[in-house]
Design a protein around this ligand. Structure first.
Ligand SMILES: [Zn+2]
Length: 85
C-alpha cells in the first residue's frame, strides 16, 4: 500500500523525519537531564534539610534516553551476530 494523495505522503515524510531526528538526537546526545532532580543529582529529603542522591539517576543528574537504550541493544545484537560467524 503506497500513499497516493499528497497529504498522506507529507504525513509519512514528516513521521520519517521525526523518527530519524529522534534517532540522531539519541545518538549524539544520549543523556538528558533527570526530570526528578532537574539535573542536579540531589534530592531534598522530605523532612529536614538533608540532601541525598537522586534514586532514578543515581546522583548523576543524567538519564539515558529510551531511544539510546534501543540503539545500544540493537548494537549488542548486531555484534553478537557478527562474532558468531
Ligand atoms: Zn535525578
Amino acid at each position: 500500500m503506497t500513499p497516493t494523495d499528497p497529504a498522506s505522503t507529507v504525513l509519512f515524510l514528516a513521521l520519517l523525519l521525526v523518527t530519524f531526528g529522534y534517532g540522531v538526537t539519541c545518538w549524539f546526545w544520549p543523556f538528558k537531564a533527570c526530570r526528578t532532580c532537574h539535573g542536579t543529582g540531589k534530592r531534598r529529603a522530605p523532612f529536614g534539610r538533608a540532601l541525598r542522591l537522586c534514586p532514578p539517576c543515581d546522583g548523576t543528574g543524567l538519564r539515558l534516553r529510551p531511544g539510546r537504550r534501543v540503539i545500544n541493544a540493537a548494537r549488542r545484537i548486531h555484534r553478537a551476530n557478527h562474532h558468531r560467524n
